[in-house]
Write a protein that binds this ligand. Structure first.
Ligand code: UN1
Length: 476
């Protein structure tokens, strides 16, 4: 079945669907046709958002929240169908797809319930007879540019805090995954979200994304995607002093110490490196082992890699879905080839892909400056390197342009605490995979991984979408 996707502008489903998306597991299957919008659609969406925002901000926050909560219930009742569509367009396994839709549902519930407590602080004044309070004012219109790898969860975790804070939104979903974003928008409109409060414009980043970034009606732009694109957006938004939030690449490292169990450590690393076909900015791609565990860990992680069953995500036997696109597949293949040229030994995977199926790949014998250690691949490829001791391992973990997530496998609480304090990353995992985040805690990175300003998710996610006004109240 082919889904016809439209833009959502001012509460109407409009636009001329032209761009085809095929199932990465079965390229003969046409999954969707979506608009490839021009700047006229961006303009219409911004006009609608600007008009709707005032009334939306004036709507009581608990009423705004009730719409998010109702949308969550609708998405819950549609979870299996939405997850199947997500798998057909993105390629992850059905279990991963079900989990992702569940995450979008929980995100809507979490921020929907925040409608009951949205507000500011009450503080004493030094002036007699005076009270001070703060108001969290909405920015106005927020633009969201989201990636294909979490095609419903990331739009949800950006738009829910924007909406609950009284903003109107224009979403530009990834071109590869238009259907998942449409399901989310449909749940919200079915739940009674007024027209114009959420607009969705499909199309190219270089057209739709660029127009949003340049338009002065956009007061805040939140982006998840590549570092190269993110840094370009940063320039544009900063030049006109608009808010910008960027979640970009990662080169996430794991440190495995001698006192860890090699098999348990291999499971943690494999889950982070190969889960979601390695297509997460939080995926593990470098592992440093101290000498006493290196050999046993390499054997165990190779065994984990070989245990994956790549295939169509809708097949229950599949434990790893296909690579999302032919272009991404070429990147994965080229990264392994380049690593080989630079001296790597392939201890698992590395075979010719079958269709868009790429076997999880483990590399050893890699130099610290090899491309596969320095550059993001965004595929199921991990390099394992021996280090002399904990101190060298920590230094290697931190020797990266990126700083998103890092992990340590150890039984030592002292080592775990030291690592948590000194790892130059936004998220530290001890004995848990680098990917996989809770929705109720802050998420973001440092260095080239993030704008490192406002964090996404958790109780402080709304800070990006609001500004603080201070009110002095004097009554004698
Ligand atoms: C996760 O690891 O559960 O695009 C989420 C990404 C990140 C989100 C990762 N922004 O991969």
């Amino acid at each position: 079945m082919t889904t016809t996707v439209h833009n959502l502008i001012d509460g109407q489903w409009v636009g001329d669907p032209q761009a085809e998306r095929r199932n990465p597991a079965r390229p003969e299957e046409l999954v969707s046709v979506a608009p490839s919008s021009g700047t006229d659609a961006v303009d219409a969406a911004l006009v609608a958002a600007g008009q709707a925002q005032r009334a939306w901000a004036a709507t009581p926050a608990p009423t705004r929240g009730a719409i998010l909560l109702d949308a969550a219930d609708l998405l819950r009742s549609r979870q299996a169908d939405v997850a199947r569509d997500l798998v057909r367009e993105e390629g992850k396994t059905l279990a991963e797809g079900m989990g992702e839709v569940r995450r979008a549902i929980d995100v809507l519930r979490y921020f929907g319930s925040q409608g009951w407590r949205h507000g500011g602080d009450v503080l004493p004044s030094a002036v007699p007879g005076t009270t001070v309070f703060t108001r969290a004012e909405p920015i106005g219109v927020a633009a969201l540019i989201t990636p294909w790898n979490f095609p419903i969860a990331i739009p949800a975790w950006k738009m829910a805090p924007a909406l609950i804070s009284g903003n109107a939104v224009v979403l530009k979903p990834a071109e590869l995954t238009p259907v998942s974003a449409s399901h989310l928008a449909t749940a919200l409109t079915d739940a009674g979200l007024p027209g114009g409060v959420l607009n969705v414009v499909h199309g190219k980043g270089s057209v739709v994304g660029d127009a949003l970034a340049r338009d002065p009606r956009v007061g805040a732009l939140s982006f998840t995607g590549s570092t190269a694109v993110g840094l370009g957006l940063h320039e544009l938004l900063h030049a006109r002093r608009a808010r910008v939030q960027l979640e970009m690449g990662g080169k996430n490292a794991y440190l495995v110490l001698d006192d860890a169990d090699p098999v348990a450590a291999a499971r943690v690393v494999a889950a982070g490196a190969f889960g979601l076909t390695g297509q997460a900015c939080t995926a593990t791609s470098r592992v440093y082992c101290t000498p006493g565990i290196h050999e046993a860990f390499v054997a165990a992680v190779a065994k984990e890699a070989e245990g994956f069953v790549p295939g169509d995500g809708l097949d229950p036997a599949t434990t790893m879905g296909p690579v999302v696109s032919v272009a991404q597949l070429a990147t994965d293949v080229a990264a392994v080839e380049r690593a080989r040229q630079q001296g790597a030994t392939v201890v698992a995977g590395g075979a010719e892909p079958e269709g868009q199926l790429f076997a999880p790949t483990v590399l050893t014998g890699v130099a610290h400056d090899a491309d596969v250690v320095r550059k993001e691949v965004f595929g199921p490829v991990v390099a394992v390197i021996e280090v002399a001791d904990y101190d060298e391992g920590l230094a290697r973990v931190n020797d990266s342009d990126y700083g998103l997530t890092a992990g340590i496998c150890t039984g030592s609480l002292a080592a775990a605490h030291h690592f948590a304090e000194h790892a130059a990353v936004g998220v530290v995992k001890v004995n848990r995979p680098t990917s996989g985040l809770d929705l109720n805690v802050p998420f973001g990175g440092v260095k080239d991984s993030s704008s490192n300003t406002f964090r996404e998710q958790g109780p402080t996610a709304t800070e990006f979408y609001t500004w603080s006004k201070t009110v002095y109240l004097g009554f004698e």
